[in-house]
Ligand binder design. Sequence first.
Ligand SMILES: NC(=O)c1ccc[n+]([C@@H]2O[C@H](COP(=O)([O-])OP(=O)(O)OC[C@H]3O[C@@H](n4cnc5c(N)ncnc54)[C@H](OP(=O)(O)O)[C@@H]3O)[C@@H](O)[C@H]2O)c1
Length: 350
Amino acid sequence: MNLLILGGTRFIGRHLTVAALEAGFEVTLFNRNRGGVRFSEVETLVGDRHGDLSALKGRTWDAVIDTSAYTPGAARRTAELLQNAVSYYTFVSTVSVYRDFAQSGMDEDAPVSTVTDEEVADVETTSRSESTGASYGRLYGPLKARCEEAVKEAFPGRALVVRPGLVVGPYDYTDRFTYWVRRVGLAGKGLGTEVLAPGKPERRVQFIDARDLAAWTLKATVAGMTGTFNATGPDYALSFGAFLETSRRALNPEAELMWVDDAFLIERSVEAGDLMPWHPVEAMPGWERFYELDTGKALKSGLTFRPLTETLRDTFAWDQTRQGDEPLKAGLTAEREAALLGAWRAESRV
Ligand SMILES: NC(=O)c1ccc[n+]([C@@H]2O[C@H](COP(=O)([O-])OP(=O)(O)OC[C@H]3O[C@@H](n4cnc5c(N)ncnc54)[C@H](OP(=O)(O)O)[C@@H]3O)[C@@H](O)[C@H]2O)c1
């Protein structure tokens, strides 16, 4: 297969590229060449989703996998440009497209959130250099929903929409999952033995290893699957408590979990977004069931998951190879965590 990947050098895209090369595909990448990994054996076309797309002109591919569109304009311009040059379009969207998460077990038919034409116009004109979902804040989900529409319009009957949940694993530049892996892995070995575990251990969590997502997305693309799929894991009901216990057992049994309740943390301005997948449901109206999506459709179509212990160990090993002492982008600093644990004990809530 002759495959074009829009993106392909950072996190999900990087794993897609690796999986495609391992499958023996001829791969072309399109990105700005801004510091992601360089695949020496792969042709890279340089351009910008918000600017120059000329490198894509006059070429043909069997399929394209789009990991880098965040605005409807960016999605529409490439989809229209590639309409007659590519047989099939896979768009990497997000579960954040849904209007709300009030119900457990929502499938792909749940309503998506909307954005006004004025808001879209504003984003298209003011965010031209932006390139991550975080840049779009509350509009991230509804903008991705509009991107999905743009792709489906340009490729009717030839488009696959993949909606991943929280994606984790090696090369995750957001540090959200890596925070827990590092925190538990280094407990008593440079970090405090006692690990602040937020909220209730029985709460559900969902996430997917980027390598499992990449493998399935590639398989679905090769098979020419169409339609929309929630893509998150695992294929059993995993709780936050089981996730952290498994981390402890897999990485460092010395770690001791100290569960601290939601209200205490919220009162002290700890943000749910900093400790994902902590999900203090009472403080998140409309988002209560975010980690309870129905993934049956993707499972039936062949989505599989490696064991959690493998994701944990590989992420820990990758994190240990990272250079420098840059603070993680997510989680609590050691000082903040110690202060919170001290205050929690002092209030005799344990
Ligand atoms: N990470 C998650 O947990 C998560 C969850 C759900 C959905 N998703 C979706 O998954 C997709 C991939 O996310 P990711 O975080 O893994 O990103 P990624 O694929 O790791 O990185 C983005 C890629 O796109 C390229 N790129 C970014 N802006 C560009 C632009 N303006 N023009 C051309 N190329 C550009 C980057 O290369 P250059 O910088 O060199 O241009 C890089 O190769 C996103 O669409 C996101 O909405 C992610």
